[in-house]
Design a protein around this ligand. Sequence first.
Ligand SMILES: [Zn+2]
Length: 216
Amino acid sequence: MEGHNDAIWGHVSVRRPGEDVFWIKAAGMGLEEATAANVQLIDLDGRRLLGPGIVHTELPIHSEIYRRRPEVGAVVHTHPVFATVLGAAGHRIRPVTHEGALFFPPDIPLFDQTTDLILTRELGEAVAAALGDQPALLLKNHGIVVAGRTLEEAACWACLLEKGARAQVFALALGAPAWTGAEEALLKRKHIYHDQALAFLWQYYCRKLRRQGMLS
Ligand SMILES: [Zn+2]
């Protein structure tokens, strides 16, 4: 509903708390189709420990971020159109609307070592290294990666990233937009996107899903 759906592509994972294993949906179905019955438990070497079906080929994005950052509890990798075209055009996220204040300053990284899939541990490590301690990264000509402390945080940040990118693309199409400066962006991050607001936003998304019959 928030711009991340790309048919059967894209995935979200959540770490089993305190462990080096994570839950992720099986390959071959859309984000909106997956239920608890389609979820797999995967270790950091990409082995499927529990759950049915084929594994996603880009597991190294998830496993190498979990390996590098013990505080990360969830990772989103999707192909949202607006964030991806901003990266392709060489732009970084700017707070043209509120949302960009989550991703500037500093600039979130643009990973351009490859535009192909992240299929190996080496590439996964390179993505994790490029991400560093940032909340998100643009994969050039491919998509985005978002890492949060919790599933709620990573999912909300990913939705806000795409919403901000959409506004930025429209603003760039009109000319050279103004954006919020770095100092004020940090204030807006604190005032708008604090933990309580993100908890409310998550609940709002859940209610929205329920109204559309996509969550029981
Ligand atoms: Zn991908």
